[in-house]
Ligand binder design. Structure first.
Ligand code: AMP
Ligand code: MG
Length: 531
Protein backbone atom coordinates (compact mmCIF):
# COMPACT_ATOMS: atom_id res chain seq x y z
CA UNK A 1 0.00 0.00 0.00
CA UNK A 2 1.39 3.37 -1.01
CA UNK A 3 1.50 6.01 1.72
CA UNK A 4 1.35 8.97 -0.61
CA UNK A 5 -0.35 9.88 -3.89
CA UNK A 6 3.01 11.02 -5.24
CA UNK A 7 4.28 7.43 -5.03
CA UNK A 8 1.76 6.32 -7.66
CA UNK A 9 3.11 5.46 -11.09
CA UNK A 10 1.56 7.57 -13.83
CA UNK A 11 1.61 6.89 -17.54
CA UNK A 12 -0.10 9.73 -19.34
CA UNK A 13 -0.72 7.88 -22.57
CA UNK A 14 -3.73 9.92 -23.72
CA UNK A 15 -1.73 13.13 -23.97
CA UNK A 16 1.38 11.32 -25.13
CA UNK A 17 -0.19 9.44 -27.99
CA UNK A 18 -2.97 11.71 -29.18
CA UNK A 19 -2.67 15.15 -30.73
CA UNK A 20 -3.17 18.08 -28.36
CA UNK A 21 -4.36 21.61 -28.86
CA UNK A 22 -1.26 23.76 -29.64
CA UNK A 23 -2.81 26.74 -27.86
CA UNK A 24 -2.38 26.95 -24.09
CA UNK A 25 -4.52 28.61 -21.46
CA UNK A 26 -8.05 28.28 -20.22
CA UNK A 27 -9.78 30.78 -22.54
CA UNK A 28 -12.84 29.52 -24.39
CA UNK A 29 -12.32 28.42 -27.96
CA UNK A 30 -13.12 25.94 -30.69
CA UNK A 31 -10.42 23.29 -30.74
CA UNK A 32 -9.83 21.48 -34.02
CA UNK A 33 -7.58 18.60 -34.92
CA UNK A 34 -6.91 17.71 -31.28
CA UNK A 35 -8.28 15.33 -28.66
CA UNK A 36 -7.32 17.44 -25.65
CA UNK A 37 -6.13 20.80 -24.38
CA UNK A 38 -3.46 21.31 -21.76
CA UNK A 39 -5.03 23.06 -18.81
CA UNK A 40 -4.24 23.73 -15.16
CA UNK A 41 -6.81 23.39 -12.38
CA UNK A 42 -7.60 26.74 -10.79
CA UNK A 43 -6.64 26.73 -7.09
CA UNK A 44 -9.34 27.03 -4.43
CA UNK A 45 -9.24 28.92 -1.10
CA UNK A 46 -9.74 26.26 1.51
CA UNK A 47 -9.63 22.64 0.40
CA UNK A 48 -11.25 20.33 2.95
CA UNK A 49 -11.62 16.60 2.53
CA UNK A 50 -15.13 15.66 3.66
CA UNK A 51 -15.48 12.07 2.41
CA UNK A 52 -13.61 9.46 0.43
CA UNK A 53 -14.01 5.91 -0.78
CA UNK A 54 -11.58 3.50 0.78
CA UNK A 55 -12.38 0.93 -1.92
CA UNK A 56 -11.26 3.33 -4.63
CA UNK A 57 -8.13 4.19 -2.65
CA UNK A 58 -7.37 0.46 -2.41
CA UNK A 59 -8.05 0.00 -6.13
CA UNK A 60 -5.32 2.59 -6.73
CA UNK A 61 -3.01 0.78 -4.32
CA UNK A 62 -3.22 3.65 -1.85
CA UNK A 63 -3.35 3.35 1.89
CA UNK A 64 -6.67 5.05 2.82
CA UNK A 65 -4.75 7.36 5.13
CA UNK A 66 -2.81 8.67 2.15
CA UNK A 67 -6.02 10.38 1.05
CA UNK A 68 -6.17 12.39 4.26
CA UNK A 69 -2.68 13.86 3.95
CA UNK A 70 -2.80 17.61 3.36
CA UNK A 71 -0.59 17.25 0.26
CA UNK A 72 -3.03 14.75 -1.22
CA UNK A 73 -6.04 16.90 -0.37
CA UNK A 74 -4.31 19.81 -2.10
CA UNK A 75 -3.95 17.65 -5.23
CA UNK A 76 -7.56 16.47 -5.04
CA UNK A 77 -8.66 20.09 -4.88
CA UNK A 78 -6.55 21.11 -7.86
CA UNK A 79 -4.20 23.24 -5.75
CA UNK A 80 -1.12 21.14 -6.33
CA UNK A 81 -0.38 19.26 -9.53
CA UNK A 82 2.37 16.67 -9.16
CA UNK A 83 5.28 16.88 -11.63
CA UNK A 84 4.39 13.37 -12.86
CA UNK A 85 0.90 14.50 -13.86
CA UNK A 86 -0.14 16.06 -17.17
CA UNK A 87 -3.51 17.72 -16.68
CA UNK A 88 -5.83 18.15 -19.63
CA UNK A 89 -9.43 18.74 -20.68
CA UNK A 90 -10.79 16.42 -23.36
CA UNK A 91 -12.38 17.67 -26.56
CA UNK A 92 -15.69 16.13 -27.47
CA UNK A 93 -19.11 16.93 -28.90
CA UNK A 94 -22.46 15.30 -28.54
CA UNK A 95 -26.12 14.94 -29.32
CA UNK A 96 -28.13 16.58 -26.58
CA UNK A 97 -31.82 15.69 -26.33
CA UNK A 98 -31.67 14.34 -29.86
CA UNK A 99 -29.93 17.30 -31.51
CA UNK A 100 -26.33 17.72 -32.57
CA UNK A 101 -24.77 20.27 -30.20
CA UNK A 102 -21.31 20.67 -31.73
CA UNK A 103 -18.25 21.05 -29.53
CA UNK A 104 -18.82 20.53 -25.79
CA UNK A 105 -15.72 19.08 -24.12
CA UNK A 106 -14.67 18.94 -20.50
CA UNK A 107 -15.99 22.30 -19.36
CA UNK A 108 -15.26 21.69 -15.73
CA UNK A 109 -13.59 18.32 -15.57
CA UNK A 110 -9.80 18.18 -15.64
CA UNK A 111 -7.96 14.89 -15.88
CA UNK A 112 -4.83 15.01 -13.74
CA UNK A 113 -3.14 11.83 -14.92
CA UNK A 114 -3.49 8.14 -15.70
CA UNK A 115 -2.44 6.04 -12.73
CA UNK A 116 -1.04 2.55 -13.44
CA UNK A 117 -0.97 0.93 -10.01
CA UNK A 118 -0.19 -2.54 -11.37
CA UNK A 119 0.15 -4.54 -14.59
CA UNK A 120 -3.02 -4.31 -16.66
CA UNK A 121 -4.69 -1.63 -14.54
CA UNK A 122 -5.05 1.98 -15.64
CA UNK A 123 -7.14 4.66 -13.96
CA UNK A 124 -7.74 8.20 -15.04
CA UNK A 125 -7.95 10.59 -12.09
CA UNK A 126 -10.29 13.40 -13.00
CA UNK A 127 -11.34 16.43 -10.96
CA UNK A 128 -14.87 17.64 -11.58
CA UNK A 129 -15.35 21.30 -10.71
CA UNK A 130 -11.67 22.28 -10.91
CA UNK A 131 -12.12 25.52 -12.82
CA UNK A 132 -12.52 26.78 -16.38
CA UNK A 133 -11.12 25.09 -19.45
CA UNK A 134 -11.24 25.97 -23.16
CA UNK A 135 -14.55 24.06 -23.19
CA UNK A 136 -16.33 25.96 -20.42
CA UNK A 137 -18.30 28.07 -22.90
CA UNK A 138 -20.28 30.57 -20.79
CA UNK A 139 -20.00 28.66 -17.50
CA UNK A 140 -17.54 28.86 -14.61
CA UNK A 141 -15.96 25.42 -14.54
CA UNK A 142 -17.07 24.83 -10.97
CA UNK A 143 -19.49 22.43 -9.28
CA UNK A 144 -21.76 23.00 -6.32
CA UNK A 145 -21.74 20.87 -3.20
CA UNK A 146 -25.19 19.34 -3.77
CA UNK A 147 -24.36 17.93 -7.20
CA UNK A 148 -20.93 16.79 -5.99
CA UNK A 149 -22.44 14.90 -3.04
CA UNK A 150 -24.86 13.28 -5.46
CA UNK A 151 -22.12 12.22 -7.89
CA UNK A 152 -19.81 11.00 -5.13
CA UNK A 153 -22.44 8.89 -3.38
CA UNK A 154 -24.13 7.52 -6.46
CA UNK A 155 -20.95 6.40 -8.24
CA UNK A 156 -20.02 4.30 -5.25
CA UNK A 157 -23.59 3.06 -4.68
CA UNK A 158 -23.79 1.90 -8.30
CA UNK A 159 -20.51 0.06 -7.99
CA UNK A 160 -21.67 -1.85 -4.94
CA UNK A 161 -24.95 -2.61 -6.70
CA UNK A 162 -22.92 -4.32 -9.41
CA UNK A 163 -23.74 -1.86 -12.19
CA UNK A 164 -20.79 -0.73 -14.35
CA UNK A 165 -19.87 2.80 -13.38
CA UNK A 166 -17.14 5.37 -13.04
CA UNK A 167 -15.95 5.65 -9.44
CA UNK A 168 -15.38 8.48 -6.98
CA UNK A 169 -12.26 8.70 -4.84
CA UNK A 170 -12.90 11.87 -2.89
CA UNK A 171 -15.24 14.72 -2.10
CA UNK A 172 -13.51 17.98 -1.22
CA UNK A 173 -15.15 21.29 -0.37
CA UNK A 174 -13.38 24.31 -1.79
CA UNK A 175 -14.23 27.14 0.59
CA UNK A 176 -15.33 29.18 -2.42
CA UNK A 177 -18.88 30.11 -3.28
CA UNK A 178 -20.38 29.17 -6.62
CA UNK A 179 -23.37 31.10 -7.94
CA UNK A 180 -26.21 29.04 -9.40
CA UNK A 181 -29.76 29.69 -10.51
CA UNK A 182 -31.01 26.36 -9.23
CA UNK A 183 -34.61 26.69 -10.40
CA UNK A 184 -33.84 28.65 -13.56
CA UNK A 185 -36.14 31.39 -12.29
CA UNK A 186 -33.69 34.29 -12.24
CA UNK A 187 -32.93 33.96 -8.53
CA UNK A 188 -29.24 33.05 -8.65
CA UNK A 189 -27.68 32.48 -5.25
CA UNK A 190 -24.25 31.55 -3.90
CA UNK A 191 -23.74 27.92 -2.91
CA UNK A 192 -20.80 25.98 -1.49
CA UNK A 193 -18.36 24.73 -4.12
CA UNK A 194 -16.93 21.23 -4.16
CA UNK A 195 -14.73 18.94 -6.24
CA UNK A 196 -15.10 15.22 -6.78
CA UNK A 197 -12.11 13.19 -7.91
CA UNK A 198 -13.60 10.69 -10.34
CA UNK A 199 -11.82 7.54 -11.36
CA UNK A 200 -12.30 5.31 -14.42
CA UNK A 201 -10.04 3.48 -16.85
CA UNK A 202 -10.97 6.25 -19.28
CA UNK A 203 -13.63 8.94 -19.45
CA UNK A 204 -13.77 8.83 -23.26
CA UNK A 205 -17.35 9.19 -24.48
CA UNK A 206 -19.24 8.54 -27.71
CA UNK A 207 -18.98 12.29 -28.27
CA UNK A 208 -15.17 12.18 -28.45
CA UNK A 209 -15.63 10.35 -31.77
CA UNK A 210 -18.65 12.26 -32.99
CA UNK A 211 -16.89 15.63 -32.89
CA UNK A 212 -13.93 14.87 -35.20
CA UNK A 213 -16.26 12.81 -37.41
CA UNK A 214 -18.62 15.79 -37.75
CA UNK A 215 -15.66 17.92 -38.85
CA UNK A 216 -14.38 15.41 -41.36
CA UNK A 217 -11.23 14.89 -39.25
CA UNK A 218 -11.13 11.20 -40.08
CA UNK A 219 -7.45 10.76 -39.24
CA UNK A 220 -8.10 12.06 -35.73
CA UNK A 221 -11.16 9.83 -35.27
CA UNK A 222 -8.97 6.90 -36.28
CA UNK A 223 -6.12 7.87 -33.97
CA UNK A 224 -8.50 8.08 -31.03
CA UNK A 225 -10.20 4.79 -31.90
CA UNK A 226 -6.82 3.09 -32.19
CA UNK A 227 -5.71 4.44 -28.82
CA UNK A 228 -8.94 3.30 -27.13
CA UNK A 229 -8.72 -0.16 -28.68
CA UNK A 230 -5.02 -0.68 -27.95
CA UNK A 231 -5.26 0.70 -24.43
CA UNK A 232 -8.67 -0.48 -23.26
CA UNK A 233 -9.71 -3.32 -25.58
CA UNK A 234 -6.35 -5.04 -26.27
CA UNK A 235 -8.09 -8.44 -26.45
CA UNK A 236 -9.64 -7.36 -29.77
CA UNK A 237 -6.25 -7.25 -31.48
CA UNK A 238 -4.56 -4.64 -33.66
CA UNK A 239 -6.99 -2.10 -35.12
CA UNK A 240 -8.33 -2.90 -38.60
CA UNK A 241 -11.73 -2.49 -40.28
CA UNK A 242 -12.81 -5.88 -38.85
CA UNK A 243 -11.57 -4.94 -35.39
CA UNK A 244 -13.46 -1.61 -35.47
CA UNK A 245 -16.67 -3.54 -36.17
CA UNK A 246 -15.91 -6.09 -33.43
CA UNK A 247 -15.21 -3.19 -31.09
CA UNK A 248 -18.55 -1.57 -31.97
CA UNK A 249 -20.31 -4.84 -31.13
CA UNK A 250 -18.46 -5.03 -27.81
CA UNK A 251 -19.44 -1.44 -26.93
CA UNK A 252 -23.03 -2.36 -27.81
CA UNK A 253 -22.94 -5.39 -25.50
CA UNK A 254 -21.39 -3.44 -22.63
CA UNK A 255 -23.89 -0.62 -23.04
CA UNK A 256 -26.69 -3.18 -22.97
CA UNK A 257 -25.36 -4.69 -19.74
CA UNK A 258 -25.18 -1.23 -18.18
CA UNK A 259 -28.74 -0.29 -19.13
CA UNK A 260 -30.12 -3.65 -18.00
CA UNK A 261 -28.38 -2.96 -14.67
CA UNK A 262 -30.11 0.43 -14.46
CA UNK A 263 -33.49 -1.16 -15.12
CA UNK A 264 -32.85 -3.82 -12.51
CA UNK A 265 -32.09 -1.38 -9.68
CA UNK A 266 -34.49 1.40 -10.71
CA UNK A 267 -31.92 4.00 -11.77
CA UNK A 268 -32.80 6.79 -14.19
CA UNK A 269 -29.77 8.57 -15.61
CA UNK A 270 -31.71 11.66 -16.62
CA UNK A 271 -29.36 13.04 -19.32
CA UNK A 272 -28.47 10.27 -21.75
CA UNK A 273 -26.88 12.63 -24.25
CA UNK A 274 -24.14 11.06 -26.36
CA UNK A 275 -21.52 13.12 -24.52
CA UNK A 276 -22.65 11.29 -21.39
CA UNK A 277 -22.19 7.80 -22.83
CA UNK A 278 -18.96 6.06 -21.87
CA UNK A 279 -17.03 4.16 -24.53
CA UNK A 280 -16.46 1.48 -21.86
CA UNK A 281 -20.17 1.06 -21.09
CA UNK A 282 -19.87 2.70 -17.67
CA UNK A 283 -22.51 4.85 -16.04
CA UNK A 284 -20.97 8.31 -16.37
CA UNK A 285 -21.80 11.93 -15.47
CA UNK A 286 -24.17 11.78 -12.54
CA UNK A 287 -26.33 14.88 -12.93
CA UNK A 288 -30.11 15.07 -12.52
CA UNK A 289 -30.36 11.31 -12.11
CA UNK A 290 -32.98 9.69 -9.91
CA UNK A 291 -34.18 6.43 -8.42
CA UNK A 292 -37.59 4.94 -8.93
CA UNK A 293 -39.58 5.00 -5.71
CA UNK A 294 -43.10 4.12 -6.90
CA UNK A 295 -42.84 2.09 -10.08
CA UNK A 296 -43.50 4.37 -13.04
CA UNK A 297 -41.77 3.69 -16.35
CA UNK A 298 -42.68 7.20 -17.52
CA UNK A 299 -40.88 8.96 -14.71
CA UNK A 300 -37.93 11.26 -15.35
CA UNK A 301 -36.13 13.14 -12.60
CA UNK A 302 -34.84 15.83 -14.97
CA UNK A 303 -37.03 18.96 -15.07
CA UNK A 304 -35.37 19.96 -18.37
CA UNK A 305 -36.81 16.74 -19.81
CA UNK A 306 -40.27 17.07 -18.25
CA UNK A 307 -42.01 17.78 -21.56
CA UNK A 308 -40.54 15.24 -23.96
CA UNK A 309 -39.55 12.73 -21.27
CA UNK A 310 -36.96 11.45 -23.68
CA UNK A 311 -34.86 10.06 -20.84
CA UNK A 312 -37.66 8.50 -18.77
CA UNK A 313 -36.98 5.25 -16.94
CA UNK A 314 -38.73 2.90 -19.35
CA UNK A 315 -37.21 4.54 -22.42
CA UNK A 316 -33.57 4.09 -21.45
CA UNK A 317 -32.91 0.88 -23.40
CA UNK A 318 -34.17 2.48 -26.61
CA UNK A 319 -32.23 5.71 -26.06
CA UNK A 320 -29.00 3.80 -25.52
CA UNK A 321 -29.53 2.19 -28.92
CA UNK A 322 -30.15 5.56 -30.53
CA UNK A 323 -26.89 6.76 -29.01
CA UNK A 324 -25.00 3.69 -30.23
CA UNK A 325 -26.21 4.42 -33.75
CA UNK A 326 -24.70 7.93 -33.47
CA UNK A 327 -21.38 6.36 -32.48
CA UNK A 328 -21.53 3.84 -35.32
CA UNK A 329 -22.14 6.70 -37.77
CA UNK A 330 -19.00 8.41 -36.53
CA UNK A 331 -16.98 5.24 -37.16
CA UNK A 332 -18.14 4.67 -40.75
CA UNK A 333 -15.09 6.43 -42.28
CA UNK A 334 -12.81 4.02 -40.39
CA UNK A 335 -14.55 0.93 -41.65
CA UNK A 336 -15.14 2.28 -45.15
CA UNK A 337 -18.76 1.13 -45.40
CA UNK A 338 -21.72 1.09 -43.03
CA UNK A 339 -22.72 -2.59 -43.35
CA UNK A 340 -20.24 -4.14 -40.84
CA UNK A 341 -21.17 -1.50 -38.26
CA UNK A 342 -24.89 -2.05 -38.83
CA UNK A 343 -24.31 -5.72 -38.22
CA UNK A 344 -22.32 -4.91 -35.08
CA UNK A 345 -25.20 -2.79 -33.81
CA UNK A 346 -27.45 -5.86 -33.97
CA UNK A 347 -25.54 -7.05 -30.91
CA UNK A 348 -27.42 -4.43 -28.89
CA UNK A 349 -31.07 -5.50 -29.19
CA UNK A 350 -29.96 -9.12 -28.83
CA UNK A 351 -27.99 -8.36 -25.66
CA UNK A 352 -30.76 -6.24 -24.15
CA UNK A 353 -33.35 -8.91 -24.86
CA UNK A 354 -31.22 -11.67 -23.34
CA UNK A 355 -30.09 -9.46 -20.47
CA UNK A 356 -33.63 -8.41 -19.56
CA UNK A 357 -34.85 -12.01 -19.60
CA UNK A 358 -32.04 -13.10 -17.30
CA UNK A 359 -32.58 -10.07 -15.13
CA UNK A 360 -36.32 -10.65 -14.64
CA UNK A 361 -35.78 -14.34 -14.05
CA UNK A 362 -33.30 -13.47 -11.31
CA UNK A 363 -35.51 -10.73 -9.83
CA UNK A 364 -38.32 -13.26 -9.58
CA UNK A 365 -36.09 -16.07 -8.33
CA UNK A 366 -36.82 -18.27 -11.36
CA UNK A 367 -34.29 -20.49 -13.09
CA UNK A 368 -35.07 -18.94 -16.48
CA UNK A 369 -38.04 -17.27 -18.13
CA UNK A 370 -40.02 -19.72 -20.24
CA UNK A 371 -40.99 -18.11 -23.53
CA UNK A 372 -44.61 -16.90 -23.77
CA UNK A 373 -45.85 -18.23 -20.45
CA UNK A 374 -43.37 -16.28 -18.33
CA UNK A 375 -43.33 -13.30 -20.68
CA UNK A 376 -47.02 -12.95 -19.92
CA UNK A 377 -46.29 -13.26 -16.20
CA UNK A 378 -43.77 -10.41 -16.40
CA UNK A 379 -46.10 -8.27 -18.55
CA UNK A 380 -48.85 -8.68 -15.98
CA UNK A 381 -46.38 -7.82 -13.22
CA UNK A 382 -45.72 -4.46 -14.92
CA UNK A 383 -49.46 -3.80 -14.94
CA UNK A 384 -49.89 -4.91 -11.33
CA UNK A 385 -47.06 -2.64 -10.18
CA UNK A 386 -48.99 0.30 -11.63
CA UNK A 387 -52.42 -0.43 -10.16
CA UNK A 388 -51.61 1.72 -7.15
CA UNK A 389 -48.38 3.44 -6.12
CA UNK A 390 -46.04 0.55 -5.42
CA UNK A 391 -42.49 0.96 -4.20
CA UNK A 392 -40.43 -1.03 -6.68
CA UNK A 393 -37.49 -1.75 -4.38
CA UNK A 394 -39.58 -2.84 -1.41
CA UNK A 395 -41.94 -4.85 -3.62
CA UNK A 396 -39.25 -7.26 -4.84
CA UNK A 397 -37.74 -7.67 -1.37
CA UNK A 398 -41.16 -8.45 0.07
CA UNK A 399 -42.07 -10.76 -2.80
CA UNK A 400 -38.98 -12.83 -1.97
CA UNK A 401 -40.35 -13.49 1.52
CA UNK A 402 -43.64 -15.06 0.35
CA UNK A 403 -43.65 -18.85 0.68
CA UNK A 404 -44.86 -20.86 -2.30
CA UNK A 405 -47.31 -22.55 0.07
CA UNK A 406 -49.39 -19.36 -0.30
CA UNK A 407 -50.04 -20.12 -3.97
CA UNK A 408 -53.64 -21.00 -3.28
CA UNK A 409 -54.10 -18.52 -0.43
CA UNK A 410 -56.96 -16.06 -0.08
CA UNK A 411 -56.41 -12.49 -1.36
CA UNK A 412 -55.96 -11.17 2.16
CA UNK A 413 -53.23 -13.67 3.06
CA UNK A 414 -51.45 -13.37 -0.27
CA UNK A 415 -51.22 -9.57 -0.16
CA UNK A 416 -50.42 -9.18 3.53
CA UNK A 417 -46.71 -9.69 3.01
CA UNK A 418 -46.59 -7.00 0.32
CA UNK A 419 -48.38 -4.33 2.33
CA UNK A 420 -45.19 -2.39 3.07
CA UNK A 421 -44.60 -1.84 -0.63
CA UNK A 422 -47.76 0.21 -1.14
CA UNK A 423 -47.75 3.96 -0.61
CA UNK A 424 -51.41 3.84 0.41
CA UNK A 425 -52.12 0.17 1.18
CA UNK A 426 -55.87 0.68 1.44
CA UNK A 427 -56.02 2.21 -2.01
CA UNK A 428 -55.59 -1.27 -3.44
CA UNK A 429 -59.21 -2.35 -3.49
CA UNK A 430 -61.93 -4.05 -5.52
CA UNK A 431 -60.98 -5.50 -8.88
CA UNK A 432 -57.42 -4.14 -8.64
CA UNK A 433 -56.86 -5.94 -5.37
CA UNK A 434 -58.17 -9.19 -6.81
CA UNK A 435 -55.92 -8.73 -9.85
CA UNK A 436 -52.81 -8.15 -7.71
CA UNK A 437 -53.59 -11.20 -5.56
CA UNK A 438 -54.20 -13.32 -8.66
CA UNK A 439 -50.81 -12.32 -10.01
CA UNK A 440 -49.05 -13.25 -6.76
CA UNK A 441 -50.76 -16.68 -6.72
CA UNK A 442 -49.79 -17.25 -10.33
CA UNK A 443 -46.22 -16.23 -9.57
CA UNK A 444 -45.94 -18.46 -6.51
CA UNK A 445 -47.37 -21.40 -8.43
CA UNK A 446 -44.76 -20.79 -11.12
CA UNK A 447 -41.95 -20.55 -8.55
CA UNK A 448 -43.24 -23.77 -6.99
CA UNK A 449 -42.81 -25.51 -10.34
CA UNK A 450 -39.12 -24.62 -10.31
CA UNK A 451 -38.90 -26.56 -7.07
CA UNK A 452 -36.40 -24.26 -5.36
CA UNK A 453 -36.87 -24.19 -1.56
CA UNK A 454 -38.31 -20.85 -0.37
CA UNK A 455 -35.11 -19.89 1.45
CA UNK A 456 -33.01 -20.51 -1.65
CA UNK A 457 -35.40 -18.59 -3.84
CA UNK A 458 -35.25 -15.70 -1.42
CA UNK A 459 -31.45 -15.72 -1.36
CA UNK A 460 -31.39 -15.72 -5.17
CA UNK A 461 -33.79 -12.80 -5.31
CA UNK A 462 -32.13 -10.80 -2.54
CA UNK A 463 -28.83 -11.03 -4.39
CA UNK A 464 -30.22 -8.97 -7.30
CA UNK A 465 -33.01 -6.95 -5.69
CA UNK A 466 -31.34 -4.35 -3.48
CA UNK A 467 -32.77 -3.48 -0.10
CA UNK A 468 -30.85 -0.19 -0.04
CA UNK A 469 -30.70 2.22 -2.94
CA UNK A 470 -29.71 5.88 -2.94
CA UNK A 471 -33.26 7.15 -2.81
CA UNK A 472 -33.55 10.73 -4.00
CA UNK A 473 -34.75 11.99 -0.65
CA UNK A 474 -31.91 10.27 1.23
CA UNK A 475 -29.31 12.00 -0.90
CA UNK A 476 -31.17 15.27 -0.33
CA UNK A 477 -31.16 14.81 3.46
CA UNK A 478 -27.40 14.28 3.31
CA UNK A 479 -27.08 17.43 1.18
CA UNK A 480 -29.19 19.49 3.60
CA UNK A 481 -26.80 18.53 6.42
CA UNK A 482 -23.71 18.97 4.26
CA UNK A 483 -24.75 22.50 3.38
CA UNK A 484 -24.74 23.21 7.12
CA UNK A 485 -21.24 21.75 7.36
CA UNK A 486 -22.27 18.35 8.73
CA UNK A 487 -21.03 15.47 6.61
CA UNK A 488 -21.93 12.60 8.93
CA UNK A 489 -24.92 11.54 6.84
CA UNK A 490 -22.90 11.66 3.61
CA UNK A 491 -20.44 9.25 5.20
CA UNK A 492 -23.14 7.08 6.68
CA UNK A 493 -24.97 6.78 3.35
CA UNK A 494 -21.68 5.89 1.70
CA UNK A 495 -21.33 3.11 4.25
CA UNK A 496 -24.95 1.90 3.90
CA UNK A 497 -24.60 1.73 0.13
CA UNK A 498 -21.53 -0.50 0.47
CA UNK A 499 -23.83 -3.44 1.17
CA UNK A 500 -27.06 -2.79 -0.74
CA UNK A 501 -28.21 -6.41 -0.78
CA UNK A 502 -27.51 -7.15 2.90
CA UNK A 503 -30.15 -6.77 5.58
CA UNK A 504 -28.04 -4.39 7.73
CA UNK A 505 -30.06 -4.63 10.96
CA UNK A 506 -30.51 -1.26 12.64
CA UNK A 507 -30.38 0.62 9.36
CA UNK A 508 -33.94 -0.09 8.20
CA UNK A 509 -34.68 3.63 8.14
CA UNK A 510 -32.58 3.84 4.98
CA UNK A 511 -34.76 1.21 3.31
CA UNK A 512 -38.07 2.92 3.79
CA UNK A 513 -40.51 4.31 1.25
CA UNK A 514 -40.10 7.92 0.22
CA UNK A 515 -41.82 10.02 2.91
CA UNK A 516 -44.75 12.24 1.90
CA UNK A 517 -42.80 15.48 2.45
CA UNK A 518 -40.38 14.43 -0.28
CA UNK A 519 -43.02 13.87 -2.93
CA UNK A 520 -42.81 17.34 -4.45
CA UNK A 521 -39.63 18.72 -2.94
CA UNK A 522 -36.90 19.85 -5.31
CA UNK A 523 -33.95 17.50 -5.15
CA UNK A 524 -36.21 14.64 -4.06
CA UNK A 525 -38.69 14.25 -6.88
CA UNK A 526 -37.22 16.43 -9.58
CA UNK A 527 -33.90 18.01 -10.39
CA UNK A 528 -32.73 20.70 -12.70
CA UNK A 529 -29.49 20.42 -14.64
CA UNK A 530 -28.08 23.30 -12.60
CA UNK A 531 -25.06 21.92 -10.83
P1 AMP B 1 -23.68 17.93 -18.77
O1 AMP B 1 -25.07 18.20 -19.26
O2 AMP B 1 -23.50 18.15 -17.28
O3 AMP B 1 -23.15 16.61 -19.21
O4 AMP B 1 -22.76 19.04 -19.39
C1 AMP B 1 -22.73 19.35 -20.75
C2 AMP B 1 -21.54 20.20 -21.05
O5 AMP B 1 -21.55 21.39 -20.26
C3 AMP B 1 -20.20 19.54 -20.78
O6 AMP B 1 -19.34 19.94 -21.80
C4 AMP B 1 -19.81 20.13 -19.45
O7 AMP B 1 -18.42 20.11 -19.25
C5 AMP B 1 -20.34 21.53 -19.55
N1 AMP B 1 -20.60 22.14 -18.24
C6 AMP B 1 -21.60 21.83 -17.38
N2 AMP B 1 -21.51 22.60 -16.28
C7 AMP B 1 -20.45 23.41 -16.42
C8 AMP B 1 -19.83 24.43 -15.63
N3 AMP B 1 -20.30 24.80 -14.44
N4 AMP B 1 -18.73 25.04 -16.13
C9 AMP B 1 -18.24 24.70 -17.32
N5 AMP B 1 -18.78 23.77 -18.12
C10 AMP B 1 -19.87 23.11 -17.69
MG1 MG C 1 -21.62 15.54 -19.26
Amino acid sequence: MLRDLSELTFDNSFVRELPGDPIEGNHRRQVRGASWSRVEPTPVSEPTLVAYSREVAAMLGLDPEAIERPETVATLAGNQVLPTMAPYAACYGGHQFGNWAGQLGDGRAITLAEAVPREGARFELQLKGAGPTPYSRTADGRAVLRSSVREFLCSEAMHHLGVPTTRALSLVTTGDAVVRDMFYDGRAAPEMGAIVCRVAPTFVRFGNFELPASRGEDALTKQLADWVIRTHFPELGEPSPEVYAAWMAEIARRTAAMVVGWMRVGFVHGVMNTDNMSILGLTIDYGPYGWIDDYDPDWTPNTTDANGRRYRYGHQPRIAFWNLIRLANALVPLVGEPAPLEEALDAYPAAVERGQREMFAAKLGLEALRPDEDDALVEELFAVLRLVETDMTIFYRRLATLPTSLREGADEAVLEGLRDAYYAPDALAGADRARAAAWVRRYLARAHEDGLPDADRRARMDAVNPKYVLRNYLAQLAIDDAEKGDFALVRELLDVMRDPYGEQPGRERFAEKRPEWARHRAGCSMLSCSS
